[in-house]
Design a protein around this ligand. Structure first.
Ligand code: NAP
Ligand code: HSE
Length: 441
């Protein structure tokens, strides 16, 4: 029997694209042995043909036209590794409508256009594989779609952005500011081309929306997710965390409210106990804790960003796609690649008044009589009960104090309303910083 040739087009040859190419080339013989087929990268789209790159390829492979790859009928698998929205969406839809397998790492595109992308796949007979879009090298998509197929998920907690975890870890261990560390995260290939996607919590939200879809069958609109990044976290917050047995982590929560089954998704800096697995996951590592009704809790930890971690996930999808192309090429639907969405009915989204947590609030206040009484009175008016208060002089100006408050259980709505009123006080100097105190079990 003649050995099959699987033809691959790479759209994007940056951090991830070059990693995928060099792993496919370096392990060509092994992959051939595994698949009984030859995987061949036949075309690569870039923006700049003259750029110096870490991985060199023959100039005949390169094009500046990714649509030429999407429209090339001889290409079986298109890897979308450009990122962004405009051209990436066009390429994605064209590839799927022409029946190709699309392997994508583009979580932003899936979050914003997931329904349209899956519809294009169904319409054109294409398939979408996206292991690299969430948690870098951790095979969490496979875990949810395959290993945990029989489970309903009550909660998923995740550290889903490697750049933020790297920044928070080094801020904690080395006392550096987040700006100093961010430039290193960019050099290491962890950060997005637009790093505000990382530090503002947007990238982690894209990933949380994808996990929510996989686990609960609903594309939660981005604007329905409560999002805060890590830019407001200071050394005062880190000192509090260290003194009290916590770590600060950017945590994505995908929760079904116990009483009514509504779905809640948020991405927030969170105080996480160091006794809980996610509180000890440092550096560029990601972690996801998944609670299934059959299995209980499973936790996945691994590198969440960077060339090798992401290439590992992209190539897992390329190999899955190849197996199907080789062995089931006559079928129009790959049940394994295109699992039916969970929960036919749309789950309702929870309201802030239905979310319960303890909170941490840091305020910069004028250090003068009556300020504490005003603050306590506002919290009481929203039925927020104080658990602790600590005050520290601000070094350069003893007329100001940094006030840190923790609360007992309250609702997200109550703490938001209280923070809005606190910010309006003349004695409060800047926007208060607030984060949940995670009660992860
Ligand atoms: P990157 O280093 O910026 O590379 C992007 C590549 O796409 C570059 O080769 C660029 O060409 C090419 N490109 C961009 N727009 C193009 C266009 N209109 N036409 C042709 N080529 C175009 O980005 P990356 O870090 O590899 O990330 C790629 C994707 O993977 C993104 O969706 C990202 O979110 C996702 N991802 C990244 C990581 C990570 O750790 N880096 C992890 C998981 C997922 P030039 O080289 O000529 O500029
Ligand atoms: N910028 C992303 C991160 C890449 O830092 O997690 C991986 O998706």
């Amino acid at each position: 029997m003649k050995e099959k040739n699987i033809k691959i087009g790479l759209c994007g040859f940056g951090v991830v694209g070059q990693g995928v190419y060099s792993q496919l080339s370096g392990k060509k013989a092994y992959l051939q042995e595994q698949l009984g087929a030859n995987l061949e990268v036949v075309r690569i789209a870039v923006r700049d043909l003259n750029k110096t790159r870490d991985v060199s390829v023959g100039s005949s492979l390169l094009t500046t036209d990714p649509m030429a790859i999407a429209n090339d009928p001889t290409i079986d698998i298109l890897c979308e590794l450009m990122g962004g929205q405009g051209v990436a969406l066009e390429v994605t839809l064209a590839a799927l409508r022409s029946g190709k397998v699309l392997v994508t790492a583009n979580k932003a595109l899936l979050c914003d256009h997931g329904a349209e992308i899956f519809a294009a796949a169904a319409e054109g007979g294409g398939h979408v594989l996206f292991e690299a879009s969430v948690a870098g090298g951790i095979p969490v998509i496979k875990a949810i779609n395959e290993g945990l197929i029989i489970n309903n998920f009550s909660s998923i907690y995740g550290i889903l952005n490697g750049t933020c975890n790297y920044i928070l870890t080094r801020m904690t261990n080395e006392g550096l500011s987040y700006q100093e560390i961010l430039s290193q995260a960019k050099t290491l290939g962890y950060a997005e081309a637009d790093e505000s996607l990382d530090v503002d919590g947007i990238d982690a939200t894209h990933k949380a929306v994808i996990l929510a879809y996989l686990a609960h069958g609903r594309w939660v609109p981005f604007e329905n997710v409560l999002v805060q990044g890590v830019t407001a976290v200071t050394q005062d917050d880190i000192a509090f965390a260290k003194e009290n047995g916590y770590a600060i982590k950017l945590i994505a929560v995908i929760d079904r409210i116990q009483d009514n089954g509504k779905l809640y998704v948020s991405v927030l800096p969170t105080l996480v106990s160091k006794k809980y697995s996610l509180g000890t996951v440092d550096g560029v590592f990601n972690a996801i804790s998944i609670h299934g009704d059959v299995v209980g809790e499973t936790v996945y930890i691994g590198p969440g960003a960077g060339r090798n971690a992401t290439s590992s996930a992209v190539i897992a999808d390329v190999v899955d796609a190849s197996k199907h192309l080789i062995y089931r090429c006559s079928e129009t639907r790959f049940p394994f690649l295109d699992p039916a969405p969970r929960n036919g009915a749309e789950v309702e989204l929870a309201e802030p008044a239905e979310i319960h947590s303890r909170y941490y609030v840091r305020l910069l206040v004028m250090d003068q009589p009556g300020v504490m009484a005003e603050i306590a009175s506002i919290l009481a008016s929203h039925e927020v009960s104080l658990a602790s208060v600590s005050q520290k002089e601000v070094n350069e100006d003893a007329a100001k104090a940094s006030l840190i408050i923790t609360t007992h259980m309250t609702t997200e709505q109550a703490i938001f309303d209280a923070v809005v009123d606190l910010e309006a006080l003349a004695s409060v100097e800047e926007k208060p910083f607030c984060m949940p105190i995670g009660a992860f079990k």
